[in-house]
Design a protein around this ligand. Structure first.
Ligand code: ATP
Ligand code: MG
Length: 272
């Protein structure tokens, strides 16, 4: 029986072939060489197809699906600064002793940071827009930054945060409806709504699909509302767009669908 040579293994590893497949045994050297060249050919074909295919990047597609649905449901899209102040973080209930503090990318002597979440800016807008609209429905989509890595965590990821302040109907019903509409639009049929706890909000509700947390939802009022002069019930959902892509594409590695120099829309190009 024959296995791949070390050189072949390194090449296969570099184009993203799974570990267990690297240990494959062959009846003859010829069979091995044929398989090896077939894998390389498929790999470059896949990249070529992707490059010839004029469709948008999936991350952008998911963004578009969510945007279309939220606009249809009467939400207004907002675009707020990526840099947020230290005070905003403190008003979110995250103090220097909190482990979340160390996950933040601080800038300019801890006076500001790359936003780890969209909520602080949305809190400000909820309060401001309440003077003009009876039921504020806004959403933002954009990069958030946290010092965490792994198969489900990126240092830069795309969050979509939508809030209703105050919800016209019963908050829980309003949230359930919103989740249902979004999941339907994304074609995610199998998901669970799970009660969770969060150090920031207290009680939260997570949306879990294929064992992956794809979103966290809050039903306000919560303690930190007072820091933002929010004094009515509200509901909010924070979706992770790359996590949604993991679920949609049955991916086990979030980096495949992230902002990346190594992956082109799920296809590894780092080995070329
Ligand atoms: P987790 O427990 O998985 O670390 P979280 O509860 O800290 O996530 P939230 O603050 O609830 O995350 O953020 C809302 C959503 O943003 C999450 O449900 C997830 O889909 C996504 N998300 C959070 N952190 C990351 C990350 N580091 N990389 C990619 N997506 C993330
Ligand atoms: Mg969460």
């Amino acid at each position: 029986m024959w296995g791949y040579t070390e050189q072949q293994k390194n090449k296969l590893k570099s184009i993203g072939v799974k570990k267990e497949l690297l240990e494959r045994k062959f009846e003859s050297i010829m069979e091995r060489e044929l398989t090896y060249s077939e894998i390389l050919k498929n790999y470059s074909e896949q990249i070529k197809i992707k490059l010839n295919n004029k469709k948008f990047n999936s991350l952008r597609q998911v963004e578009d699906i969510i945007r279309k649905k939220l606009l249809e449901l009467g939400f207004i899209e907002v675009i707020t600064p990526t840099l947020v102040s230290r005070n905003s973080i403190i008003k979110m209930g995250i103090s220097e002793s909190d482990p979340l503090w160390d996950q933040i990318y601080w800038l300019d002597n801890h006076s500001k940071c790359l936003r780890p979440m969209l909520a602080p800016n949305l809190y400000v807008l909820m309060n401001r827009l309440k003077n003009f609209i009876q039921n504020v429905k806004i959403f933002e989509m954009g990069s958030c930054f946290r010092k965490e890595r792994g198969r489900k965590h990126l240092t830069e990821f795309t969050m979509c945060n939508a809030v209703i302040y105050p919800p016209p109907k019963h908050p829980r019903d309003e949230l359930n409806e919103l989740v249902e509409e979004l999941m339907k639009a994304l074609n995610i049929n199998e998901y669970k709504i799970v009660d969770e706890s969060s150090s920031i909000y207290g009680k939260t509700v997570d949306i879990v699909s294929k064992g992956i947390e794809i979103a966290s939802c809050v039903i306000g009022p919560v303690d930190i509302d007072a820091n933002w002069k929010i004094d009515h019930p509200w509901v909010g959902i924070g979706l992770g767009l790359e996590r949604l892509l993991m679920v949609i594409n049955n991916s086990e590695k979030i980096s495949e669908y992230s902002r990346s120099l190594d992956y082109l829309d799920g296809i590894y190009i780092g080995g070329v």
